[in-house]
Ligand binder design. Structure first.
Ligand SMILES: [Mg+2]
Length: 325
């Protein structure tokens, strides 16, 4: 089969930070929402002194704040309570569900205990009383720092919970969430999506001959090779013991077949490092695609790829098989 390279068949998507790559440094952003321009500038000056953020965004009200959240990567919000239009409380009410991971510090008046409590009820992380910023500055900085650190820990925990420790690609649980999300998105926007299931040929023999330690090394080395062969926007996971799965968003069937062939050839050429010298490893692939395969549910897409993978094994292994329509 003469195949074009995956790059020709699949336009390079915008780079997305995924999985283990998220441990790389990320650019942090803060959003300051206040109807007073003077207050915004004072707060931004206080925040910039702490050098915790790479980007500072500002908004003059709740509506503008929501727009900024939709377009920017924000790690922390400082929001005034009293604003015309969408005020601080309404802003909390509108954003807490969708942006619940972003801590929000409210700017309140000193005496209004009722409002402070209401802020917490609506999901605020903290408040700072408005007043002379010369006095309040260090307190605001300290609170911002604390909440940013807490967010970083939460982000890290979530990341660890979604990664397969041995291979450093996504685990199956996280992958299934991603697949459901990507499949719904594909159907909603009428964009193609491909799914590849792959399985190491005769993996049991590798374990039996060289031991489980070598088996583990083969798995982690294979995961690294797979990631290298794919785009940043493709999602790779360890699907089972020696089984891996890939989501290829916005990819036609031909592009997915080319990507699978590229992975297959890469693995075939590679001598897998082991204490017993370089090992030959082979992998079989099953490929399915929506809308080429007329499936209504993501489970059917998986089943089709699984059937194709079975056919690849049955036909002699070390090959790519497309699911039957
Ligand atoms: Mg105000």
């Amino acid at each position: 089969m003469d195949l074009a390279s995956p790059q020709e068949l699949r336009p390079e998507a915008a780079p997305v930070q995924r999985g283990a790559e998220e441990t790389e440094p990320v650019e942090r952003g803060i959003l300051v929402i206040d109807d007073s321009e003077v207050t915004r500038q004072e707060i931004l000056a206080i925040i910039q002194e702490a050098q915790l953020f790479d980007h500072c965004y500002e908004a003059a009200g709740g509506a503008e704040g929501i727009k900024s959240l939709q377009h920017n990567r924000v790690d922390l919000i400082i929001c005034d309570v009293n604003m015309p239009g969408i005020d601080g409380l309404k802003f909390l009410d509108l954003t807490r569900k969708k942006f619940k991971d972003i801590p929000i510090i409210m700017l309140t008046s000193a005496r209004d205990m009722e409002t402070k409590i209401r802020c917490f009820e609506l999901g605020a992380s903290d408040y700072v009383e408005k007043g002379s910023w010369k006095e309040r500055g260090p307190e605001l900085r300290a609170r911002v720092k604390t909440h940013l650190e807490l967010k970083k820990s939460r982000d890290r925990l979530r990341e660890l919970a979604s990664i397969d420790e041995l291979t450093q690609v996504y685990n199956r649980r996280h992958f299934m969430e991603e697949l459901s999300r990507e499949f719904s998105r594909a159907v909603r926007y009428q964009k193609p999506i491909s799914f590849i299931l792959m399985d190491i040929d005769h993996f049991k023999k590798i374990n039996d001959t060289h031991g489980h330690q070598v088996g583990d090394m083969v798995l982690s080395h294979l995961a690294a090779l797979i990631k290298q062969a794919l785009r940043g926007s493709d999602v790779v996971a360890r699907y089972g013991g020696e089984e891996f799965a890939v989501i290829l968003p916005e990819t036609e069937l031909e592009g997915a077949v080319a990507a699978a062939e590229k992975m297959r050839r890469t693995v075939e050429r590679e001598g897998f490092p082991s204490q017993d010298g370089p090992l030959d490893v082979r992998v079989s692939f099953g490929v399915a695609n929506w809308p080429r395969h007329k499936v209504a549910h993501v489970d059917q897409l998986i089943r089709l790829a699984d059937d194709a993978l079975y056919c690849a094994k049955d036909a002699g292994r070390n090959r790519v098989v497309v699911a039957q329509e």
